[in-house]
Ligand binder design. Sequence first.
Ligand SMILES: NC(=O)c1ccc[n+]([C@@H]2O[C@H](COP(=O)([O-])OP(=O)(O)OC[C@H]3O[C@@H](n4cnc5c(N)ncnc54)[C@H](OP(=O)(O)O)[C@@H]3O)[C@@H](O)[C@H]2O)c1
Length: 346
Amino acid sequence: MIILKELVHAALSLMPAILSILPKLLHGPHRYAPQWKSPDIPSITIGVDVAGEDVNLPLLGAGTWQYNDTIAYESVCKAFRQGYTFVDTASNYKNQKGVGRAIKDCWTRDRKDLFVMTKIPGGLGSAEALSAAQENLEDLQLEYVDHLMTHFPADFDVTPSRSSREARQEEWLVLESIYYDGKARSIGMSHYCPSHIDDVLDIASVQPAINQVEYHVGSGDVDHVIEKCKETGITFMSFSPLCGPCEYAPEDSLVHGKIVSEIAENYANVSGSQVALRFIVQQALSEKSSRTDNRSYIGGVIPKSNNVDHIRSNMDIFSFQLNQEDMEKLRNTQRPAGEGGDCEVP
Ligand SMILES: NC(=O)c1ccc[n+]([C@@H]2O[C@H](COP(=O)([O-])OP(=O)(O)OC[C@H]3O[C@@H](n4cnc5c(N)ncnc54)[C@H](OP(=O)(O)O)[C@@H]3O)[C@@H](O)[C@H]2O)c1
């Protein structure tokens, strides 16, 4: 009888501990992780809109390439819920309806606090370019976008009639008309090399704000493009910051590879992918802090992810700083190499 009493007593005294771990056992560890406090995302000024207001580009956004409407919707909603304020899409991604629905359903703040970047294909004639930009707005269910760029210095097949100085200039003038109409707060280009930039600058009356180009640890082959952007007041902006679509050996991965993982070990609670993203963002922050106009010749990062843990981790890159030695190591790394080749577009 006494033994039974003691057993009941022991079981009762263990009850609070059992109750406290039961939910964890049932639902897994993430629900009980410390309350996530999303960091403030710094921004840089990339120009002024037609009303004379500064256009501020957040240094972190959500990429959406290769996502269909459904995944784009899910991933953008997840990113917004974690505190992202910037989404990158394109008419070629064929997911703008999904992105538009995500903005409608999951963006809970004012429209002006959100940065939407999109693209029309390169090599379009005037009427085609106007209609592509209008379709973007309809799909996104927006009155205006914060940045509209031409996706490539030609069409992706590099058809001769759509791949020339004249074709680039014709399309640029359409982007300018959209800017003057207030339907894009800033305009720019993607995959442009120095000679393509010159073609546009020769006729531009609106300063191009951004050139979005593949740039990540290992892609030093775009240094001359960065230099050209710096000289001409265009913000050079990275795409594929984790080298998502690159083909590389596992040791070169920008998530778990040797280079980024070894550097990550020098810092507390930092992962390889955070090192890769911070490498780019730190260059922007360093330039921004050396100036008084909140500008930087280099922008931030738009990692793509549909995994909440990754989305959070990719956001947590503003609370640590890579030392100069590690920045140099990352800058001098030649792998994983970027695709390159855009400079051959005539
Ligand atoms: N202008 C252009 O022509 C152009 C071209 C390419 C890309 N872009 C833009 O740049 C964006 C980003 O580039 P990207 O899509 O090529 O790829 P990326 O962002 O370099 O890499 C994406 C891949 O990394 C994984 N990932 C992301 N965060 C991770 C983390 N913390 N840990 C582990 N894995 C992680 C993702 O998988 P999970 O879902 O599992 O996280 C996904 O497979 C695009 O989505 C697009 O918006 C523009």
